[in-house]
Ligand binder design. Structure first.
Ligand code: SF4
Length: 286
């Protein structure tokens, strides 16, 4: 029996009331200064709640091996992972090695990756990446941050994605979702991605960094949206200083949940899953 089945009959909230008041009472106050220890404890609690909320968290770019992940990550700039995943099967078949990217016909590659947007720039990056890998790394993607960031199209964020998911080296991926949620949770006030990476890294065990990144990004895509976060259907409400940024009523909040586990997320937050519209479950997460 799933968590959904377990919880449907009990603890369901269809309207604001006692639960909302309890959350307001329990969540951290913006008026009191939080100690470093207090912040670390709250961060760890957030980490545990994210683990429960997103057991399906993973790298959403389909890939097999470091080269495919590097290519998919370059294509994901300004594009949804779903769109990238529609394009990459054919691309990966056509260009199985770094040498294949190095020697690619530009027009043919542009046509293949056109749906991901900025296809001319991305084609340049992919061909240059292939050339650099052949010339400097014997056609293999290197497994060190210092080497990865010297490659075309690969910045620190992409390098951490590759290290964490293709090499098993713990890394924190500071993308737009990660940055927004760290600020909403007031785990850091830093705005520079590298400083955010270090500040948040100090709050969590190193071995948890990669999965933490996936879970935070999942939460940002499915619950804590940039414009209208689903506060009233969020399991982190009791530890979030930004509770109330989005609607706190169950019905409007449930409508904001997204992704294949939207109904389960509602149940975990004590909200009637029938308030989640069917379209939420199949929606494209940004
Ligand atoms: S959805 Fe609301 S309560 Fe949940 S993490 Fe985001 S701002 Fe906080």
């Amino acid at each position: 029996m799933s968590a959904t089945d377990d919880s449907v009959d009990t603890g369901v909230v269809t309207a604001p009331g006692a639960a909302t008041k309890a959350i307001r009472a329990a969540r951290p106050s913006r008026r009191t200064v939080e100690t470093d220890l207090g912040r670390k404890r709250r961060a760890r609690r957030i980490g545990r709640l994210l683990t429960e909320a997103h057991p399906d968290a993973h790298c959403e770019l389909d890939h097999s091996g470091p080269l495919q992940l590097a290519v998919a990550t370059i294509l994901s700039a300004q594009c949804t992972d779903q769109r990238v995943n529609e394009v990459t099967p054919k691309l990966f078949r056509r260009y199985p090695t770094a040498a294949d990217y190095a020697g690619a016909d530009r027009a043919e590659m542009e046509e293949l990756i056109r749906p991901t947007g900025f296809f001319r720039n991305k084609t340049n990056s992919l061909i240059n990446l292939g050339q650099q890998l052949v010339e400097r790394y014997d056609g293999q993607v290197p497994g060190r941050l210092v080497d990865l960031v010297t490659l075309p199209g690969i910045g620190r964020k992409t390098a951490n994605v590759i290290l964490g998911n293709a090499f098993g080296v713990p890394g924190i991926t500071v993308d737009t979702h990660f940055q927004r949620l760290m600020h909403r949770w007031e785990l850091t006030a830093e705005t520079d991605p590298v400083k955010i990476e270090h500040a948040v890294g100090a709050l969590f065990e190193r071995r948890d960094w990669t999965m933490l990144s996936h879970r935070v990004i999942f939460h940002g895509r499915r619950v804590c949206h940039a414009r209208k976060p689903a506060c009233g259907a969020c399991t982190l409400a009791s530890v979030c200083p930004s509770y109330g940024t989005g609607p706190t009523e169950a019905a409007p909040a449930a409508k904001l949940l997204k992704g294949p586990r939207a109904r389960e997320l509602a149940v975990q937050a004590g909200v009637d899953p029938d308030l989640v519209p069917p379209t939420a479950v199949v929606s494209d997460t940004p």
